[in-house]
Write a protein that binds this ligand. Structure first.
Ligand code: NZQ
Ligand code: ZN
Length: 394
C-alpha cells in the first residue's frame, strides 16, 4: 500500500425528509445569502425546490435562484451564476439536483472569488486557491459529486468537456434522501448505477500490490450495485434498495475506496469525449467504453480481472486458464449493463464510428503522449478501444 492522506470533510445528512433541514446546515456553515442552483424541471415538479425554500425561510436566510442546468453542464450558465452571485453578494451556493447541478455550482463557487476566467481552472492554466462554500441536496445517485472535490463542465463553444479538482470544491454538507431518487426514469437510474460501478473500477484496476482492504471495499460496492440496481429498476419505490445505491454512489467516489493505490481513469477520459461530442448521458457512455477498455488492457494483469470476475460476478475460477475467467467476467459486466437497459456499443449510444478520429484528437494525447495509471495508453490505443466499443456485442 502507498502512503496517503485522506481528508473528506463533507457532512452527509442522510435519510427520509432530511431536505427540510437544509436551512439549518446552510446556517451551520456560515451562509447568510444563498444561491439555489437547480436543473431543468424535476426538482420543481417534485416540490423539492419549495421545500428547500421553506427550510431557508424558517432560518430567515435570504436567497436568489438560478435554474436551467443541463446534463453535461455548460460554461454559459456558470458565467451567469458568477455574475448573479457577485451582484447579489451570495456567500453560499445550494445545489439541488444531480452531478450536473452540483458541478455547475462548484464552478460558480470557484469563479466568484477569482479575477480571471473560471475556465482557466478546467484547462490547468490556474490553480484553485479559494471558493465560496457549496452544499447539496442530491436527487440522483451517480456522479458522486456530493462527496467529491471534482467538477466537470462543458464549454459550449466546441463542446469541450473538461474537469477540475480541488479540496476547495468539496461540499460542506450533502443532504441525501433516497426517496428523492424514486422519481428517476429507469434509464437515468441505470446510467447512475453504471457511473458508480465505473468509479470503483477506475480504482480497482491498479498496479499497487497488497491493497486487500481497498480491494474488498471496492468489491463490496460493486456487489451491492449488482444486487440492488435490478431491484430499483423492477420497483422504483424500493426505499432500502435506493438507500443502498445512494450511499454506494458516495462511497464509490469520495476517495475512501481508492486510498493508498494507483488509479487509472482512462475510461472516464475517453467517455468524456463521447458525452462532450454527442451530449449523451455520462453513465451510458461509460457502459460502452468501460468493458471495451477492460478487454483491451486485460492481459496487463489477468489475475486481477479474474479476481473481479470471481468475486463480483461469481464466475468460477479457471486455474488452468485465468484469461478465460477474466474474459467471462467482462462479458458478465456487459450482460449486466444490457440487462439494466444500458447501451453497449456505438449504435445503441447514438455514436458514429466515423467520428473516432475526432474523438481521439479531442482526447488530446497527440503523437507521443501517454496517459493512465493502470495501463498507459497512446492515441493509437485509444483508437483501438473506441473501435472495440463501436462494434461491441455480448
Ligand atoms: O434537469 P432535471 O430536470 O433535474 O433532470 C435531470 C437530468 O435530466 C434528471 N434528474 C435528476 N434527478 C432526478 C431527475 N429526474 C427525475 N427525478 C430525479 N430525482 O436526471 C438527468 C441527469 O442528471 P445529471 O445531474 O446530469 O446526472 P448525473 O448525476 O449522472 O451527473 C452527470 C454529470 O456529472 C459528471 C458527468 O460527466 C456529467 O456531466 N461527473 C461528475 C463527477 C464529479 N463531479 O465528481 C464525476 C463523474 O465521473 C462525472 O464525470
Ligand atoms: Zn463518472
Amino acid at each position: 500500500m502507498e502512503n496517503f492522506n485522506f481528508y473528506s470533510p463533507t457532512e452527509f445528512v442522510f435519510g427520509k425528509d432530511r431536505e427540510n433541514e437544509c436551512g439549518k446546515y446552510v446556517k451551520k456553515f456560515g451562509g447568510s445569502k444563498v444561491l439555489i442552483h437547480y436543473g431543468g424541471s424535476s426538482a420543481i415538479k417534485s416540490g423539492l425546490i419549495d421545500r428547500v425554500k421553506k427550510s431557508l425561510d424558517s432560518e430567515k436566510i435570504p436567497y436568489v435562484e438560478l435554474g436551467g442546468v443541463k446534463p453535461n453542464p455548460r460554461d454559459v450558465l456558470v458565467y451567469e451564476g458568477i455574475d448573479l452571485c457577485k451582484k447579489e453578494n451570495v456567500d453560499f451556493i445550494l445545489a439541488v439536483g444531480g452531478g450536473s447541478v452540483i458541478d455547475s455550482a462548484k464552478a460558480i463557487a470557484v469563479g466568484v472569488p477569482y479575477d480571471g476566467d473560471f475556465w482557466d481552472f478546467y484547462t490547468y492554466k490556474a490553480k484553485i486557491e479559494k471558493a465560496i462554500p457549496v452544499g447539496t441536496v442530491l436527487t440522483i445517485a451517480a456522479a458522486g459529486s456530493e462527496g467529491s472535490g471534482d467538477s466537470v463542465i462543458t464549454k459550449e463553444d466546441g463542446m469541450w468537456k473538461r474537469g477540475a479538482g480541488s479540496e476547495h470544491m468539496r461540499p460542506k454538507f450533502s443532504v441525501m434522501n433516497p426517496m428523492l431518487t424514486c422519481t428517476l426514469p429507469s434509464y437515468q437510474t441505470a446510467c447512475g448505477a453504471t457511473d458508480i460501478m465505473a468509479h470503483v473500477f477506475e480504482r480497482y484496476f491498479t498496479n499497487t500490490n497488497e491493497v486487500e482492504i481497498t480491494d474488498r471495499l471496492c468489491e463490496a460496492v460493486l456487489i451491492t450495485m449488482v444486487k440492488e440496481t435490478p431491484r430499483v429498476i423492477e420497483d422504483p419505490n424500493n426505499y432500502d434498495a435506493r438507500a443502498n445505491i445512494m450511499w454506494a454512489g458516495t462511497v464509490a467516489h469520495n476517495g475512501i475506496v481508492g486510498v493508498g493505490r494507483a488509479q487509472d481513469w482512462n475510461s472516464h477520459g475517453i467517455e468524456h469525449e463521447l458525452s462532450g461530442l454527442y451530449d449523451c448521458a455520462h453513465g451510458a457512455g461509460l457502459a460502452v467504453v468501460m468493458p471495451s477498455w477492460m478487454e483491451f488492457v486485460m492481459e496487463h494483469d489477468v489475475m486481477r480481472f479474474a479476481q473481479m470476475a470471481e468475486r463480483v460476478f461469481g464466475v468460477p475460477m479457471n486455474f488452468a486458464d485465468p484469461s478465460d475467467t477474466a474474459r467471462k467476467g467482462i462479458k458478465e459486466f456487459r450482460k449486466f449493463l444490457k440487462s439494466i437497459g444500458m447501451p453497449i456499443n456505438f449504435e445503441e449510444l447514438g455514436a458514429k464510428k466515423e467520428d473516432i478520429p475526432v474523438l481521439v484528437e479531442k482526447f488530446g494525447l497527440g503523437e507521443n503522449g501517454k496517459t493512465g495509471g493502470f495501463v498507459s495508453l497512446s492515441s493509437k490505443d485509444v483508437e483501438k478501444i473506441l473501435n472495440i466499443a463501436a462494434e461491441a456485442t455480448i
